[in-house]
Design a protein around this ligand. Structure first.
Ligand code: MLT
Length: 212
């Protein structure tokens, strides 16, 4: 007899998919923060890119019952072997979802833990994403091989008073992405770790500026 809790979710990760209602709109890959799920960022995605296809997976790791995209050993201290493994799984999910739903390469919109796995995808699997909006990200991996991100657009939005991500850490991530020749915009907003209206406005304008 099949144990339902052991069943593999469709395409490898539990997710929501909202098809595009506007032709040629770039699909968004929505990656939630710790304790979020596949429903959390759908309203944000609709606001940032009206009419775009939205692909929103749930992180497969549980920390005290809270979904995440990879394990951590402590706040801001990551299990890097697990992160590499989960980033490969997410890359495979994106490829499967693109084939199943007929999607172009997505632009990731990740918040906090979701921003950190999006940054890991850029550094480890640079062809998977068309670009990324990283909301309150930090350096996900201490060491990665040189990567070619030539011209890939990446927006980092950090909080000047973020108690989780030190400013120098976000700056180091921006520098690492620039070293791969990504087209990085890094803005530091007058906020903490939580998202604000300024994030929504900046990210929406940046996505609109990418064009179709
Ligand atoms: C992480 O674990 O990815 C970061 O510390 C952000 C968080 O999820 O709190």
């Amino acid at each position: 007899m099949t144990n339902p809790s052991l069943r593999q979710p469709a395409l490898g990760l539990v997710h929501r998919f909202a098809p595009a209602t506007v032709a040629d709109a770039r699909p968004l890959l929505l990656l939630h923060g710790t304790g979020g799920d596949e429903n959390d960022l759908l309203p944000l995605g609709r606001t940032l890119a009206p009419g775009a296809a939205l692909l929103s997976p749930r992180g497969a790791v549980l920390e005290n019952g809270m979904p995440r995209f990879f394990r951590r050993l402590a706040e801001g201290v990551f299990d890097e072997a697990d992160l590499r493994h989960r980033a490969a799984d997410l890359a495979a999910f994106i490829a499967a979802a693109r084939a199943a739903y007929g999607l172009a390469a997505p632009v990731a919109v990740g918040f906090s833990n979701g921003a950190n796995i999006a940054a890991a995808l850029l550094l480890l699997h640079p062809d998977v994403l068309a670009g990324a909006v990283l909301l309150r990200p930090m350096v996900p991996l201490t060491r990665t091989d040189p990567v070619d991100l030539a011209g890939k657009p990446v927006l980092l939005l950090s909080g000047a008073a973020d108690p989780i991500v030190p400013a120098a850490n976000a700056g180091a991530l921006a520098a690492r992405l620039r070293a791969g020749r990504a087209a990085v915009t890094h803005e530091i907003l007058p906020s903490g770790h939580g998202l604000t209206q300024a994030d929504v406005e900046r990210a929406g304008a940046w996505i609109a500026g990418l064009g179709a």
